[in-house]
Ligand binder design. Structure first.
Ligand code: SF4
Length: 278
């Protein structure tokens, strides 16, 4: 089986105006995360080279914040062009919040392949998780990305206290969007966050993956944040459950598995790594 590896670069971190309860980048939360307005372009290119060395096919440029303004858009485009020039065979993903069609077309012109904007959870549960923007604005951005001719990467977070019905409703919305790839994150508790919920059970997490694959058979199901913390020793069972992609290395604000360990383990299990997108 071939799996796709993606790496993330948090190119603008923290101080976000929004109040998403699961996120330590929110200005509503007191945290000790590293905050910066811009990562040096040379550093982003270096990270892209490391990602390539670690067998990644996707490389995601993430900015904290509600969405894009002209300055941020230009910065993401500059980063994309620089990475494309130095590491041309990486597929670039941008994750920059709410965006309109024109902005997304600019990203595409700069070499972005896919736009990541998660719905995060169901329409019904979202107001309990965030009050500063709407679920509908997230859905619309996904439609905008499609209209701009970008591939779509859209998923969310499980284990925030949502009900079984919420999970079904969330997946129905994903079915409407039919994303190319869908990241599944598992919520990780943090002392600084007000969201206090028990950690998901391993079997429940694996069931979420198989239910998602069943709902989205054409979509690449990617397991992202929470893989190590929630699944622990059983983390590589995700592929049997229906996942065919993972995020390697560190996440936005939390440590991930050492890429080298993932690569060794996955090779031992007979997996190969995708070098192009089908
Ligand atoms: S908009 Fe994004 S960066 Fe800001 S708090 Fe929400 S999830 Fe975090």
């Amino acid at each position: 089986m071939q799996i796709m590896l993606c790496a993330i670069s948090n190119i603008a971190s923290g101080n976000c105006s929004e109040d998403c309860k699961y996120c330590t980048q929110s200005a509503y939360v007191k945290t000790d995360i590293h905050k910066y307005r811009r990562k040096e372009i040379s550093q982003i290119v270096l990270e892209a080279k490391i990602a390539k060395k670690n067998e990644a096919l996707g490389f995601c440029l993430v900015t904290a914040g509600l969405g894009l303004d002209d300055e941020k858009l230009e910065y993401v485009c500059e980063a994309a062009r620089a990475v494309k020039k130095e590491v041309p065979d990486l597929l670039l993903i941008a994750c920059n919040g709410i965006a309109n069609v024109e902005q997304l077309k600019e990203l595409k012109k700069a070499g972005i392949f896919s736009y990541n904007h998660n719905l995060e959870t169901s329409k019904e549960f979202f107001p309990q998780i965030c009050t500063t923007h709407t679920w509908e604005s997230r859905f619309q951005t996904n439609l905008n990305a499609k209209e701009a001719g970008l591939m779509l990467c859209c998923g969310g977070i499980y284990g925030m206290g949502e009900s079984f019905e919420d999970r079904i409703s969330f997946r129905k919305s994903l079915q409407e969007l039919q994303p190319f790839s869908s990241p599944i994150n598992f919520f990780i508790a943090n002392d600084n966050l007000n969201l206090k919920v028990p950690k998901l059970d391993v079997d429940e997490a694996l069931k979420i993956i198989s239910d998602t694959k069943e709902a989205l058979p054409q979509t690449v199901i990617m397991v992202a944040g929470g893989r190590e913390v929630v699944l622990g020793k059983r983390q590589y069972e995700i592929f049997k459950a229906g996942a065919s992609a993972i995020v390697i290395g560190d996440y936005l604000t939390t440590k991930g598995e050492e890429p080298s360990r993932d690569i060794v383990e996955l090779k031992k299990m007979g997996f190969t790594f995708a070098s192009e997108c089908h």
